[in-house]
Design a protein around this ligand. Structure first.
Ligand code: ZN
Length: 159
C-alpha cells in the first residue's frame, strides 16, 4: 500500500541541520501521521506521498516548506510564573508556550528577575532541514480519524 492522502503512515525520522542532529524519533516509538491533514510540515508530507513500507529516503526542506522564515523582533516579554514548571531557566532553553492554537515550542532569549524574554519563532524557523525518513507501516485511515484530522491508537491521539 502506498502512502496517499487519508492513509496513516508510521515513520521513524531524524532531522539534521548543518550536520547536527536536532531530533531523532528512534529514541521512542515510530510517529503516526494521518497524511493530507497538515499534521506535519508540507515538505515532509509531500515527500511521503507514493512511498511504501520499508522505504528509507532523505529530503531537504527549505524554510518555505518547513517552519517558515525567522522573524526579527519576535521577542515577547512574559511573566516568569508562566514557566515555573521548568525550574531555573537560561538563555537558549526550549520551553512550551500555551497559545490559543495549542502548545508551541519557543526559545528563552533572556531571563530577568520576574520576567522572561521569549523568542516566539519556532526553534526550526529559518533553517534548512535534512530529514532521514523510514516508512514503518502504512494503513488506511478510519472514517473517524479522517473526520477528526488525526491518528487514533498507536502513535496517535488517545481520547
Ligand atoms: Zn480524534
Amino acid at each position: 500500500m502506498k502512502i496517499e492522502n487519508n492513509t496513516v503512515a508510521r515513520i521513524h525520522y531524524s532531522v539534521t541541520e548543518q550536520g547536527g542532529i536536532v531530533e531523532d524519533s528512534r529514541v521512542g516509538e515510530p510517529v503516526a501521521i494521518l497524511v493530507g491533514h497538515r499534521n506535519i510540515i508540507p515538505g515532509v508530507e509531500s515527500a511521503l506521498l507514493g512511498r511504501e513500507v520499508g522505504e528509507r529516503f532523505s529530503v531537504t526542506v527549505e524554510p518555505g516548506d518547513g517552519y517558515g522564515p525567522r522573524h526579527a523582533n519576535a521577542i515577547q516579554r512574559m511573566p516568569k510564573k508562566h514557566f515555573r514548571k521548568y525550574g531555573t531557566l537560561k538563555a537558549g532553553d526550549l520551553v512550551m508556550l500555551d497559545t490559543e492554537r495549542g502548545p508551541r515550542p519557543v526559545t528563552v532569549h533572556k531571563v530577568g528577575m520576574s520576567v522572561v524574554d521569549i523568542d516566539i519563532n519556532h526553534p526550526m524557523a529559518g533553517k534548512t532541514l535534512n530529514f532521514d525518513i523510514e516508512v514503518v507501516e502504512v494503513r488506511a485511515g478510519s472514517a473517524e480519524e479522517i473526520a477528526h484530522g488525526h491518528v487514533h491508537g498507536a502513535g496517535g491521539h488517545a481520547h
